[in-house]
Design a binder for this molecule. Structure first.
Ligand code: GLN
Ligand code: ZN
Length: 769
C-alpha cells in the first residue's frame, strides 16, 4: 500500500505524556514537599527537569509538536481551576494566590478546610478534582503556568502546542458549589468563562504559541441541544478572536456523534479525534459530514489508554481513508498517554513473548511517528517496521497464551441456562434461612479489616526475602484469628477473615490466575501522587489452583458463626486491569467468570455457606454513551451469574458495590440474582434503599450505615436513624446492617468503636421488631 498524497506532510504529535518520570521522581518530590523535606524551588526544579526529559524524548522519537501545559503537580483539572481563577472561597484563606500551599489545600484539604471532591475522569481510572462553581463564581485569567511551560519548551528549541481543558468540558465536569441554588448548572457560566479563555489564548499567542489544543472530551457523551449549543457558541466566540493562536479542538474516548457537525462548522483550524475502539465510528461519521475541509485533522489511531502494540497496517488504512477528509492529517495516540505506563522496554521480568506485544507511552509516541512517516513518505520507508509489527501481531494471535484450547472450549459451551441458579429466589431464601439461622437485621462487614503498617511491612519483608513464606503465613494466621475474635466479641452475625493476605483486591487474584501478567515499573497515575500498577490481561484466563480456600477455611475453623468467602467479580477484574484488545471484553470476562466459578465451587465444598463476589466497578464501567449500555450490562450481569450460579440453594451469594449512583443500574443489580447485595449509602442517607424498593427489588440488601471514607465514627443514634430510613423501604428480614465498603483504609480504634455502634444499633431495632 502506498499512500503518498499531495497534501501537507503528516506529522506525529501526542496530546499529553505521563508526568511521573521513570523513577516516579514527581511523586517523591511532591510528597517530600508536603513533609517539609523538599523546598518549593526544588520541587519546581524537579518538575521542570521531568518536562525537559519528556520533550526531549518525544522529539528524539520524531514527534514534531510537543504538548505543554499537560504536565501537572497534581491534576490538570485542578490546574484549570487555578488558570480560570475559580478557587473556592474556603481555599482562598489558606495561603497566597498562586502558592503551592493553596494549590495543595484544594487538592488535599488542610486541618480546617475540606479539599475539592475527587471523581473519575470519564471512564478511565484517573481521578480529577471536581471544580465547584456557583452563581457567585467570578473567573479571572491566570495564564502563568501555561505560558511558563510554553516558554520552557520554546527555549529548549521545540515546536510546542499548549494543551488546555476546553471551556465546555471544564463546566460540564464541575459541580454546583456548596450553597448554590437547587438545580444550578455550571454550564450557565459559559458567557462569563469565555472572556477568560480569550485572554489566556491571547497570552499564549504572545508567548509564541502557533497552535493551542482545547480538550473537549465531554462532547463524546450523549449531549443535548443546550450543551451542543454551548459548544457552538464557545468556539464561535473563541474563533472570532483577533490575535489568537490556531485552535485544535480535541476529543477522545468515544465518537463525537452529534457534536461532530457542530465542531466541523466551528471557526477553528483543527480537530483531534479518536479512531480507536468505539470511537472508530468517527470515520464513517466524518464521511457523513463531508469531512472537515480546510482543517487540520489529528487522527488518534494509536490506542492511548491500553498497552498493546498498534496494528500499523490497519492504522495506515484508516489514515489513508482520512486523507481526503481534511487539509492535513497528523497522527497521534487517541488521548493523553497519561493513562499508560511510561516505557515497556524496561519490563525485563515479563514473559518475553508478551513483552513483544506491549507498547507503553514511549512506544506509542514512536508508533505515531512511524505511521506519520508511512503516511507521508510511503510505506516502503517503514517496510522493516511493518514487517516486525506484522510478525509480532501474528505471534500474538497464534500464541498458546492467547489461545488456550481448553479455556476456549469451555467458554463456548456456556449456555444461558448455565448462568442461572437451579432454584428461584424464594426457595433459596428459605433454604438459607434454615441453614444460617440469622436474626433479622443481620450485621456483617464488606471484607477487609485495617491493613496495618505491620501487615504491609510483613508483605514487604516477604518480597525482599527478609521473611520466609512460613513466617509470613504465621502473621496472616494470627491476624485472621484476631479479626475473627474481634467480630465475635462485637456481635457481628456473618464474619469475614479480613483479607490481610491481599495487597489489592484485583492484584491478589491476577497473581494467581493464568493469563494475567504483572509489570515491575508499569505505574499509572490514579490521582495526585497515588500511582497504581494495573495487571495486564494478556492471555486466556484459567485458574491454576484454589486461590482463597485455605485462608477462608482457616478462618471458619476459628468460629461457629458463618465466615463469608470473598472474591473479586469478573467486571472488576477487567476494569482495574489493562484488558485484551484482540477479543471482545465479554469474552475475557467470561473466562474470568469461569475461573471464579471453580473457586466458588471449591469454597462451597470446603463448607463456606456465604460467598461474596465484589463488583465495585460494575457501575463505573458503564459505556459513556447510552447506546452501548444494554449490551454491556447484558454480558456484565451474565458473567456475574456465571461465576455464582453453580451453588446449592442453601449457599448464600452476596455481592457488593460502591462509588456510585445506583439509580440507573437497579435493573442490572436485579439481573445479578445475588441473594444479598451491600451498597455504599451512608453519605446519601440510604437513598438506594428507596431506589431498590421503588424498582420492586425482591432480595436482601445492606445499604451502608458507616461512611468508611471518613475518620468519623458514627454514633449509635446516627446508625439507628439510618436504619429506620432503610426499614421504611425494606422489611427487617431483608435488611442487612453493614458499613459502606471494606475497612482496610481505616484504623483499628475507629473500626472497633464504629462496628460496636453498628451492632448496638442493629440490636436496638431488632428489639423493636
Ligand atoms: N471486599 C473488599 C474489601 O472489603 C471490597 C472493596 C471494594 O469494594 N472496593 O476491601
Ligand atoms: Zn466497596
Amino acid at each position: 500500500m502506498t499512500t503518498k498524497s499531495a497534501a501537507a506532510a503528516s506529522r506525529a504529535t501526542v496530546h499529553g505524556y505521563p508526568r511521573q518520570g521513570p523513577g516516579r521522581e514527581l511523586k517523591k518530590a511532591v510528597e517530600g514537599y508536603w513533609k517539609g523535606r523538599v523546598a518549593a524551588g526544588d520541587l519546581h526544579r524537579t518538575a521542570a527537569e521531568l518536562r525537559r526529559d519528556n520533550w526531549r524524548q518525544l522529539v528524539s522519537a520524531g514527534v514534531h509538536e510537543v504538548p505543554t501545559g499537560d504536565f501537572s503537580l497534581y491534576d490538570h483539572v485542578l490546574d484549570t481551576t487555578v488558570m480560570v481563577g475559580a478557587v473556592p472561597e474556603r481555599h482562598r484563606a489558606v495561603a497566597e494566590p498562586g502558592s503551592l500551599d493553596r494549590y495543595f489545600a484544594m487538592a488535599r484539604g488542610t486541618r480546617d478546610v475540606a479539599p475539592l471532591e475527587m471523581t473519575k475522569w470519564f471512564d478511565t481510572n484517573y481521578h480529577y478534582l471536581v471544580p465547584e462553581l456557583g452563581p457567585e463564581t467570578v473567573f479571572s485569567a491566570d495564564s502563568r503556568k501555561q505560558t511558563g511551560e510554553l516558554a520552557e519548551a520554546v527555549a529548549q528549541g521545540h515546536t510546542a502546542r499548549p494543551v488546555l481543558v476546553g471551556p465546555v468540558t471544564y463546566l460540564l465536569l464541575a459541580k454546583p458549589a456548596p450553597g448554590a441554588p437547587d438545580g444550578f448548572e455550571p454550564l450557565t457560566l459559559l458567557d462569563r468563562l469565555l472572556p477568560v479563555y480569550a485572554e489566556i489564548l491571547t497570552d499564549l499567542r504572545a508567548a509564541g504559541a502557533g497552535w493551542v489544543q482545547l480538550d473537549e472530551p465531554a462532547l463524546v457523551a450523549d449531549r443535548g441541544p443546550a450543551e451542543l449549543d454551548a459548544a457552538a457558541r464557545a468556539y464561535r466566540e473563541l474563533g472570532a478572536l483577533a490575535d489568537r493562536p490556531k485552535l485544535l479542538v480535541a476529543s477522545y474516548f468515544d465518537r463525537l456523534g452529534e457534536a461532530l457537525p457542530v465542531l466541523a462548522a466551528a471557526p477553528v483550524e483543527g480537530l483531534a479525534m479518536d479512531f480507536t475502539g468505539p470511537a472508530a465510528a468517527n470515520l464513517d461519521d466524518l464521511a457523513g459530514v463531508g469531512g472537515v475541509p480546510g482543517k487540520r485533522l489529528v487522527a488518534g489511531v494509536v490506542d492511548g489508554r491500553n498497552v498493546w502494540i498498534n496494528d500499523l497496517r490497519r492504522s495506515l488504512a484508516t489514515l489513508a481513508s482520512l486523507l481526503g477528509f481534511a487539509d492535513r492529517v497528523d497522527v497521534a495516540p487517541s488521548c493523553s498517554l497519561l493513562h499508560v505506563p511510561l516505557n515497556a522496554a524496561v519490563e525485563r521480568d515479563i514473559d518475553p513473548r508478551i513483552q513483544r506485544w506491549l507498547s507503553f507511552a514511549r512506544q506509542k509516541a514512536e508508533e505515531a511517528v512511524t505511521l506519520a512517516q508511512g503516511l507521508s513518505e510511503g510505506t516502503e520507508v517503514i517496510a522493516g517496521l511493518l514487517a516486525a509489527n506484522s510478525a509480532a501481531l501474528a505471534a500474538r494471535s497464534s500464541s498458546e497464551l492467547t489461545r488456550d484450547a481448553s479455556v476456549r472450549a469451555r467458554a463456548s459451551a456456556v449456555t444461558e441456562a448455565g448462568t442461572r441458579r437451579d432454584q428461584p429466589y424464594p426457595e433459596r431464601a428459605a433454604a438459607q434461612r434454615a441453614r444460617l439461622g440469622l436474626p433479622p437485621l443481620p450485621a456483617t462487614t464488606i471484607g477487609s479489616f485495617p491493613q496495618t503498617s505491620e501487615l504491609r511491612a510483613a508483605r514487604a519483608d516477604l518480597r525482599s526475602g527478609r521473611l520466609d513464606g512460613e513466617d509470613y503465613d504465621k502473621r496472616i494466621a494470627a491476624e485472621i484469628r484476631d479479626v475473627i475474635r474481634f467480630q465475635e466479641k462485637a456481635g457481628l452475625d456473618v464474619l469475614v477473615h479480613g483479607e490481610p493476605e491481599r495487597n489489592d483486591m484485583v492484584q491478589y487474584f491476577a497473581e494467581r490466575l493464568e493469563g494475567y501478567a504483572a509489570t515491575r515499573h508499569g505505574w499509572v497515575q490514579s490521582y495526585g501522587t497515588r500511582y497504581v500498577r494495573p495487571p495486564i490481561l494478556a492471555g486466556d484466563v484459567s485458574r491454576r489452583a484454589p486461590m482463597t480456600v485455605e485462608w477462608t477455611r482457616y478462618a471458619q475453623e476459628q468460629t461457629r458463626r458463618p465466615v463469608k468467602g470473598m472474591l473479586t467479580g469478573p467486571v472488576t477484574m477487567l476494569a482495574w486491569s489493562f484488558v485484551r484488545d484482540d477479543q471482545p471484553q465479554a469474552e475475557t470476562a467470561r473466562q474470568v467468570a469461569l475461573a471464579l466459578r471453580d473457586e466458588v465451587a471449591d469454597l462451597e465444598a470446603a463448607g463456606t455457606a456465604v460467598i461474596q463476589v465484589d463488583e465495585p466497578a460494575l457501575r463505573e464501567t458503564l459505556p459513556l454513551r447510552a447506546a452501548g449500555r444494554p449490551e454491556y450490562l447484558r454480558w456484565a450481569t451474565e458473567c456475574f451469574r456465571l461465576a455464582t450460579s453453580g451453588v446449592r440453594a442453601d449457599t448464600q451469594i452476596h455481592t457488593h458495590m460502591c462509588y456510585a449512583e445506583f439509580g440507573d443500574i437497579v435493573r442490572a443489580i436485579d439481573d445479578l440474582d445475588a441473594d444479598v447485595i451491600s451498597l455504599e449509602a451512608a453519605r446519601s442517607h440510604m437513598r438506594v434503599a428507596d431506589e431498590l424498593a421503588a424498582a420492586g427489588y425482591p432480595r436482601e440488601a445492606g445499604p451502608g450505615v458507616y461512611d468508611i471514607h471518613s475518620p468519623r465514627v458514627p454514633t449509635v443514634e446516627e446508625v439507628v436513624s439510618l436504619l429506620r430510613k432503610g426499614l421504611v423501604a425494606i422489611p427487617p428480614e431483608r435488611l442487612w446492617v453493614n458499613p459502606d465498603c471494606g475497612l482496610k483504609t481505616r484504623s483499628w480504634p475507629e473500626v472497633r468503636e464504629a462496628l460496636q455502634n453498628v451492632v448496638t444499633a442493629a440490636r436496638t431495632l431488632r428489639a423493636e421488631t
